[in-house]
Design a binder for this molecule. Structure first.
Ligand code: MN
Length: 507
């Protein structure tokens, strides 16, 4: 918990940073000390700037930037980001300006603080505000992805101190967290930040259901927990007879992620019945190597019968956000159902911290060149074209925040699409030309309708007609993604300008 003592909180921050330095060990002694010295200067600067200010909760203001910086350090971010976290509210809330920060700190620090300040306060209300917020956020992310990490850390502390605000403001911040921040964290595969954001916002947005879940969960949870401890012992015993030495075998409760459990309970097939959630607690095994992962899977299946269709190999086929693990659900001898998750330490860190985990800030300066982040630039290009806020929100909800599926080309390349996407979307995501010349599609070797809804794991083959001049205007209805739709529109316009448009309408 937070103390009201800034000095103590600062020392806590120093400890986390020192620990990180020791783990990564990629700095020499002098560099490491320089970093700590800079951190101290930034703290003194922020302390002076926010002097005499208090938060709505009554705490000294400096506690907030300190909490933000601590979170960034816990997420193992670089020193530049942590310092920017300490300074993030200075230009907006104090009489010290961004120019003053530029004079006193590294240009990278000033750039990040500037990015956060630009996100600042919004003049809009309602839906306008929502759309504007998203647009600004993606612009900031494309300039330096670290801006969004600072924003997450800032928001986490604000959520923890939400009770001090008026109910209307409280609800707005909590809703915005569920609708904007958490989905972006998810898309960046920052599982632990996403879970924290959601759980903190949950009780303000759905107070009744929050109470309900907290009432029903403990009993069911205790029963499962007790049972799983027994299974854990069995697994430890069995593994001790093998070559595999797990680094960790832990019970992984969904109590840590209350909101995701809530969403699961709302699914029609579960219908608020907690006993139907098989992974209420899963057993997580962290092992040294990838081959150990498969080795453990084999051992588990020799002990318990696996449930058909529930063995998921996200190591060979990672989820679109990069998540890797093996999952299996088994029947135990007593007829109970238990889920196991098996992964290496690296996979575990990537799942918890996502792109924040292995980002080389020194080389990239926060620029987006990784494959995983291509969507941010795509989105940015595309959002410039759409001026209507309503249409913008509709499409973004579909393209970015919809659950993602991954399907394969016949050569085995993975294409990542939103749930509900069709072969038309697939074709345009692979290449404009493939879309424009498309006449049919095969999914898993079967001919399908072009409006067929693709599922994860489908192998999709597009049948083309080389002589085809332009896409069918009806496809605008079939295609679900903004990428496909805008490419269809562009092709139709080109064709219309080049020749007689009526030809396509009457093929
Ligand atoms: Mn702040």
């Amino acid at each position: 918990m937070w103390s009201n003592n800034p000095q103590k909180e600062f020392e806590k921050l120093l400890k986390i940073v020192e620990k990180n330095q020791a783990i990564t060990g990629n700095l020499n002694k002098k560099e490491a000390l320089d970093d700590l010295e800079m951190l101290r200067l930034a703290y003194d600067y922020a302390f002076e700037a926010h002097h005499h200010q208090t938060r709505a909760s009554g705490e000294p203001y400096i506690i907030h930037p300190l909490a933000t910086a601590q979170k960034l350090a816990e997420t193992k971010l670089d020193i530049t980001t942590i310092i920017a976290g300490l300074l993030h509210d200075v230009p907006e809330d104090t009489d010290r300006t961004l120019e003053d920060i530029e004079k006193n700190f590294d240009p990278e620090v000033a750039k990040l603080v500037g990015g956060i300040t630009k996100l600042g306060r919004l003049k809009y209300r309602g839906m306008e505000r929502y759309a504007e917020n998203l647009r600004k956020m993606f612009v900031a992310m494309s300039e330096d992805i670290r801006v969004i990490f600072i924003k997450f850390a800032d928001r986490l502390h604000n959520l923890k101190t939400l009770d001090a605000l008026l109910p209307e403001k409280r609800l707005r911040i909590a809703k915005e967290t569920l609708e904007i921040y958490a989905p972006i964290a998810d898309r960046l595969s920052m599982g632990s930040i996403k879970g924290e954001l959601e759980d903190l916002a949950f009780k303000y947005v759905y107070p009744e259901d929050y109470k309900w879940i907290n009432k029903i969960l403990p009993k069911e949870y205790r029963i499962k927990e007790k049972y799983l401890k027994k299974i854990k012992e069995e697994v430890i015993k069995k593994l001790s007879q093998s070559e595999i030495k797990p680094k960790e075998l832990s019970l992984q409760g969904r109590t840590k992620h209350l909101y995701s459990l809530y969403k699961k309970l709302l699914r029609p097939e579960i219908n608020r019945d907690l006993s139907k959630v098989y992974d209420l607690i899963a057993l997580r095994l962290i092992v040294p190597t990838i081959s150990d992962c498969y080795g453990v899977l084999g051992i588990l299946h020799s002990m318990y019968r696996p449930m058909p269709g529930r063995i998921k190999d996200y190591i060979a086929n990672p989820k679109p956000n990069g998540y890797q693990s093996l999952h299996t659900t088994v029947f135990t001898d007593d007829g109970e159902i238990v889920e196991f998750q098996i992964r290496t330490q690296e996979m575990h860190e990537a799942a918890e911290y996502g792109i924040a985990a292995h980002w080389n800030y020194k080389e990239t300066g926060g620029q987006l060149n990784s494959q995983n982040l291509k969507w941010i630039n795509e989105l940015l290009e595309w959002q410039k074209q759409i001026k209507d806020n309503n249409q913008f929100l509709q499409t973004i909800k579909f393209d970015i925040f919809q659950n993602r599926i991954f399907v394969f080309t016949p050569k085995g390349d993975v294409i990542d699409l939103p749930e509900g996407a069709t072969p038309i979307d697939f074709a345009y995501h692979v290449h404009s030309n493939l879309g424009d010349k498309c006449t049919g599609a095969k999914v898993n070797n079967q001919l399908v309708n072009l409006s067929y809804q693709l599922k994860s794991g489908d192998i999709v083959e597009i049948i083309i007609d080389k002589n085809r001049k332009a896409p069918n205007p009806d496809w605008l209805e079939i295609a679900k993604t903004s990428v496909a739709k805008s490419k269809i529109r562009a092709a139709l316009n080109r064709y219309k300008n080049n020749s007689n448009f009526l030809k396509i309408l009457k093929p």
